[in-house]
Ligand binder design. Structure first.
Ligand SMILES: NC(=O)c1ccc[n+]([C@@H]2O[C@H](COP(=O)([O-])OP(=O)(O)OC[C@H]3O[C@@H](n4cnc5c(N)ncnc54)[C@H](O)[C@@H]3O)[C@@H](O)[C@H]2O)c1
Length: 512
């Protein structure tokens, strides 16, 4: 298995240390600068080592330093650290990111650093880069830093690798997207400080597909609860608590929530409450849970009076999304998740929205479910939610943007007695709310049609069913919002990538 250390490589002046430091800070990992380690150990600068001992002796030191890199970290390498076969072999299975930039940019950056290297003399850098071109190009993960700030490069690396770290709720936690990640679960649990006994919680639909394999991989005891929203109750929770105790739950142990959003919410709440709080890991297997429910630490259950009325903000130790599990997710559930992905694109990622629109084909859900590079899609959509919840962990401001499409969407769900799926209702809700934004002059005309185009291409509906009147819709929204004193507040798009939250609309019925 690949270790979780990330190696940053590339030519002199490309910004390996600067980017590496920012990346380490973002991911809450230790940072190691191999050149600095060598200099400290030798009590001499690298040019001094080259001058006094020669290149071979320096490469020996470099090889030793590389082999000594310990726990999971971000490592910045020297510009020639992987020239030696032995050093390169040592990192054969590791994640090496090779940074690149043009000759002019490298020269400028080296000059800015006040670098006195011989490389800045005449054509030295150009000749040097020519000689190393094939070597640097031979690394599979390349990142062009030309038009990126170091922070943007670090951000892009996180997206390429599907690695995030969420802060803002006391205890931070890592979120990872890894194809085949379930096979590495034991190592990942260990790496994130999770302790046995492991208690695997699944619903009755996911359990037959994944429970046995996962339980064997990590030596877990399994607890299963009935699938479906109608079972997201305190009665089911009571049974879960009791089953966990019977299965040998210990306070120092770890609950593994493997499944969709309901499993995330139920198992997370069980972890928040059992024995006054146990560690837990969210392993989302539905698209909706990967891009939404598993991120943000909200856990809970429904009451007869309404959804999610009991719960806790209780962050997991780790979120691990394995997009390969989406292969078994029913098509209708893919559709639910895609609506949330569209929402994330509209809120904050125009490129994500563009990538979602399937051009020049007959729209079909099956096609949508087979068309995408799921890992890439999940990473981008996750990235949007992570940025928002970091900014506003307890939903006091911008996090309300995530409600886009849901105010009208929820009402449509309840007015059709849940005959319309959540994802479909959210799709219709987004178009209707975007039309509201246009009507109020918050957005330019055409925005709703743009969103509708993407939804249609994914096989999602966009029009409010004709049997629902504006009057019914307003009444349903108001009853949904009783908790917030009957005031319906909208999160509306200004344009793709920008939202306005807390919009109160006078005389709503007449504009719907
Ligand atoms: N905590 C949050 O921040 C948050 C955010 C959004 C939604 N939610 C909650 O999430 C829930 C909806 O989540 P959901 O849509 O994932 O529903 P879900 O958990 O019911 O999963 C949908 C169905 O798909 C099955 N399934 C999941 N993964 C599968 C896989 N890989 N292969 C085969 N079947 C699989 C499940 O067993 C279930 O039958 C709601 O209760 C909602 O309130 C929570």
């Amino acid at each position: 298995m690949t270790s979780s250390t990330i190696y940053i490589y590339g030519p002199p002046g490309v910004g390996k240390s600067t980017v590496g430091k920012i990346l380490a800070e973002s991911l809450n990992l230790p940072f190691v600068d191999v050149d600095e380690e060598i200099e400290q150990a030798a009590n001499a600068t690298i040019p001094e080592i080259f001058a006094s001992e020669g290149e071979e002796a320096f490469r020996d030191k470099e090889e030793r330093a590389l082999k000594g890199v310990g726990e999971t970290s971000v490592v910045s390498l020297g510009g020639g650290a992987l020239l030696r076969r032995a050093s390169r072999n040592h990192l054969r299975d590791e994640q090496v990111i090779c940074l690149g930039a043009s000759l002019a940019t490298l020269t400028e950056r080296l000059q800015k650093d006040g670098d006195q290297r011989p490389l800045l003399k005449e054509n030295a850098l150009a000749t040097f880069l020519d000689g190393r071109k094939a070597h640097y190009a031979s690394f599979s993960i390349q990142l062009d830093t030309e038009n990126r700030t170091p922070a943007e490069s670090a951000d892009e690396i996180q997206k390429r690798l599907g690695r995030f770290y969420l802060r803002g709720m006391g205890q931070g936690y890592a979120a990872r997207v890894e194809n085949g990640g379930l096979n590495n679960l034991a190592e990942l649990l260990n790496e994130h400080g999770c302790k046995p006994p492991y208690m695997l919680i699944c619903d009755s639909d996911v359990a037959p597909i994944y429970a046995e394999k996962v339980a064997q991989t990590v030596d877990a005891r399994t607890v299963v609860f009935p699938a479906g929203e109608k079972h997201k109750t305190i009665e089911t929770m009571t049974q879960l608590w009791r089953d966990l105790i019977s299965a040998g739950m210990e306070r120092g142990g770890t609950i593994l929530a493997l499944g969709g959003g309901i499993t995330n919410d139920m198992a997370g709440f069980a972890a928040a409450t059992i024995m006054r709080g146990a560690a837990w890991v969210s392993i989302p297997t539905s698209l909706l849970s990967m891009v939404d429910a598993s991120l943000g630490g909200k856990t809970g259950a429904n009451l007869p009076e309404g959804k999610n009325l009991v719960g806790a903000f209780y962050p997991p130790k780790l979120v691990l999304a394995d997009p390969e599990t989406l292969q078994t997710l029913p098509e209708a559930e893919i559709c639910n998740g895609l609506a949330e992905v569209v929402k994330h694109g509209v809120i904050a990622d125009p490129e994500l929205l563009k990538n979602l629109t399937i051009k020049n084909t007959t729209p079909s859900r099956v096609q949508a479910s087979t068309k995408f590079d799921w890992a890439e899609l999940v990473i981008r959509a996750m990235g949007v939610k992570i940025r928002i919840i970091e900014e506003d962990p307890y939903e006091q401001g911008i996090r309300a943007a995530l409600n886009f499409g849901h105010t009208i969407g929820h009402s449509i769900e309840s007015l059709t007695n849940y005959g319309i799926r959540h994802g479909e209702a959210v799709g219709i809700g987004m178009v209707a709310e975007a039309r509201l934004a246009e009507h109020l002059g918050i957005a330019k005309s055409g925005l709703a049609d743009e969103i509708a185009e993407t939804l249609v291409s994914l096989g999602l509906p966009t029009e409010i069913p004709s049997e629902i009147s504006a009057l019914d819709l307003v009444a349903a929204m108001q009853s949904d919002k009783k908790k917030s004193k009957g005031v319906v507040k909208f999160a509306l798009p200004v344009k793709i990538g920008e939202m306005r939250v807390g919009v109160v609309i006078e005389d709503l019925e007449s504009v719907l």
